[in-house]
Every structure is written in C-alpha cells, then in structure tokens.
Design a protein around this ligand. Structure first.
Ligand SMILES: NC(=O)c1ccc[n+]([C@@H]2O[C@H](COP(=O)([O-])OP(=O)(O)OC[C@H]3O[C@@H](n4cnc5c(N)ncnc54)[C@H](OP(=O)(O)O)[C@@H]3O)[C@@H](O)[C@H]2O)c1
Length: 244
C-alpha cells in the first residue's frame, strides 16, 4: 500500500522540474493529483507523462481568478484536498541593487509571495482538517546571493508565512512546512553554461547538483504521516549548501 493511498493532492507549477517529479511520486504512492501550469501544451504533456490519477488545470499561480477556477475544478471532481504543495515560483537572478525594476519586483512577488498566499488561503475551505501544506522556499531565503535580492526576499517571506500559518491553522491540525531546495537540475538550468554550473557545484558540499526525484522523496515525507509531528519547519534539501 502506498503512503498516500486515497489522498487528494494539489501541486502548483508542476508541469516540469521538481514539482512534476513530486506529482509522479505522489501518484505512484496512491494519491490523485491536480497539477497546474501556465502553458497548456506543457500541461498536457505532463498529464500524459504522469499517466493516470491526474487532472491538469491550466492557470497562473499569481492570478486569483485562475486559482478560483483550480479550486472549483477540485471541488467538482473530488470535493476536498488532503495535501497542498504550492510550488510555482519565478525569479530574476541577475538584478543587483541599482538595476531592480518595478516590473521585475512585481512579477517575482506576485507569484512567489502573493500567489503562494492566495494558493493556500483559497484552498482552506477544501482542505481537510489534519491535512498537509507544503510550500517551496529556497536556500536563497537564507543566503545573500548577489543579484538575487528580490528572489531571496520572496523566499524568506514564504518561510515566514509557514511560522504564522502553523499557528493560524493549529486548531484544524493542518501542518504547514517549507521545503527549500538547493541547486536542482530542472528547466531552470537549461542553456546555462557549464562554467556557470561549475560555480554552483563549487558551493555544494556534496559536490553535485541535486535531482528532482531527491526533492520528491522529501515532499512525500512532508505530505505523508511519516512527518505527523513535523510542522512549521523549513526543510533544506541542498547537499549541505546553506548548512555550513
Ligand atoms: N531548480 C532549483 O534549483 C530551485 C532551487 C530552489 C528553489 N526552487 C523553487 O522550486 C520551484 C520549482 O522550481 P523548478 O526549478 O522545478 O521550476 P521549473 O522547472 O522552472 O518550473 C516548473 C513549472 O512551474 C510552472 N510555472 C512557473 N510559473 C508558474 C506560475 N506563475 N503559475 C503556475 N505555474 C507556473 C512552469 O510551467 P509554465 O511556464 O507553463 O507555467 C514549469 O513547468 C520554484 O518555486 C523555485 O523557485 C528551485
């Protein structure tokens, strides 16, 4: 029997990368999964790759009307949510102070902060008591990576949300945790020069970039009863990068 047998999960931004790997693992462990992404073609391909027990709902995690449509679909098809993984996130990684634009700030905070907030808040009527909320942070939230201050701050905000929402939701026994990846081999690295990748690797004590599956297994831990006494934490999956 799988660790998520009969559970209903919603994962945003899951048409590729670490969230797609998580959706695949959740389904393999017995869950039914709703996934989102902005591009319909990529969403259809992800649904096909997962193969069953999945519904794709096109939408932008930073758009409140799209979130309403997502949860209307979940309500109509399954009626409730057991696990919510708010993973959609964007960022600009080459914007040192002095070159930050209003548009760049708004885009990052709209998806990572405002989007995460309303992804969680709008799920609450469907979320079962005793459920699990996972949000995607980043090692960036506790580091001063140059040129990334807006992204870094947006991920620090997500971590802060988890502290307060653990208290706001305690009477409903809903656990709230942040899963913070280090450098993971996803679409974020397509086209990145080998020497730049080497620079990232040089910061990782384990000497390699992580794989999406290594995030998925930790997301499974936070989603399942294996973590039944774990709430309010930030769990780093980073090969040690932010731990030393
Ligand atoms: N990869 C890393 O090294 C790393 C490290 C630390 C943290 N993270 C965080 O982990 C999360 C996923 O990262 P990833 O590298 O796996 O991403 P990715 O592969 O670049 O993107 C995953 C999926 O998210 C979807 N997406 C992007 N923006 C969205 C939005 N506004 N609404 C709905 N879907 C959206 C994309 O599809 P569409 O473009 O079609 O929407 C894409 O298929 C992000 O929050 C990121 O900040 C990643």
């Amino acid at each position: 029997m799988g660790k998520l047998e009969g559970k209903i999960a919603v994962i945003t931004g899951a048409t590729s990368g670490l969230a797609l790997a998580t959706a695949q693992l959740f389904v393999a462990e017995g869950a039914y999964v709703f996934i989102t992404g902005r591009r319909q073609k990529e969403l259809d391909a992800a649904v096909k790759a997962i193969g069953g027990n999945v519904t794709g709902v096109q939408g932008d995690a930073g758009n409140l009307a799209d979130l309403d449509r997502l949860y209307d679909t979940v309500k109509a098809e399954k009626g409730h949510i057991d696990i919510l993984y708010a993973s959609a996130g964007v960022g600009e990684f080459d914007a040192p102070l002095g070159s930050i634009t209003e548009a760049g700030f708004d885009k990052t905070f709209n998806v990572n902060v405002r989007g995460t907030l309303f992804t969680v808040q709008k799920a609450l009527p469907l979320l079962r008591d005793g459920g699990s909320i996972i949000m995607t942070g980043s090692i960036a939230g506790v580091k001063g990576f140059p040129g990334m201050s807006v992204y870094n701050a947006s991920k620090a905000a997500v971590r802060s949300f988890a502290r307060t929402w653990t208290m706001d939701l305690k009477t409903r026994k809903i656990r709230v945790n942040v899963l913070s990846p280090g450098t993971i081999d996803t679409g974020a690295f397509v086209g990145v020069a080998e020497e730049v990748k080497d620079q990232f690797v040089s910061l990782i004590p384990m000497g390699r970039i992580g794989q999406p599956r290594e995030i998925a297994t930790v997301a499974l831990f936070l989603a399942s009863d294996d973590s039944s006494f774990v709430t309010g934490i930030e769990l780093f999956v980073d090969g040690g990068t932010a731990q030393i």
